[in-house]
Structure formats: structure tokens, C-alpha cells
Design a protein around this ligand. Sequence first.
Ligand code: SF4
Ligand code: SF4
Length: 97
Amino acid sequence: MPNKLEAVLGMARGCERCYVMPMIKVYKDICKGCELCNYACPMHILGMSKELNTKGYFYAIMVDPGRCIGCAMCALTCPDVAIEVGVLGTRYALYEY
Ligand code: SF4
Ligand code: SF4
């Protein structure tokens, strides 16, 4: 568990480890670049990278992390389970829903 200072810093930064604010993690080398998550996100805060992953695909990226509401539509939509969502200190992967 993050201590209070880490939690506050996590809020400010969207800290990947703390998961205090909603945020996602894209496993870029699993992503096949289908863009379904981009279309599924109600906040329109996902985009695609300008570089290729190890499979040779442009992969999904978070463009505006401060606006993520943690709805997990991106993770639920991804056919390759390449996205994980963290909300309020809890990490959710698709298989946990
Ligand atoms: S959790 Fe919801 S708001 Fe956040 S990136 Fe995914 S679809 Fe968008
Ligand atoms: S839905 Fe999954 S595989 Fe498709 S672009 Fe998004 S993260 Fe990549």
C-alpha cells in the first residue's frame, strides 16, 4: 500500500504503482493495433503510438491520463487482453471481471 505522501503524489501523477487515480496500462507488445479501444473509450483519451512494437504494430497509448474515469471499456473491448485498468488502489485485468 502506498503511504499518504505516495498516494498524494500518485493522484497528481497518475502513478502506475499507486493506482490512486483511475488509469490504464497497455501491454504494448501484446497489442495488435486494431484501435478498438480507441473507439470504445467514452472520454476519447486513447491514441496510437508513432513507433512499432515488437510485433510490428502501432500500439495503443494513453493520451490524456488525467481524464480517465476508470470505466474499463477499453480493457473489456480489447480482444487481446492487452489493457489493464487500475482504480482506487485495485488493479483489474480482464480475467478478473
Ligand atoms: S478506463 Fe475508460 S476512460 Fe479510461 S482509458 Fe479506458 S475506456 Fe477510456
Ligand atoms: S483493443 Fe487491444 S489490441 Fe486493439 S489497439 Fe487497443 S490495446 Fe491494442
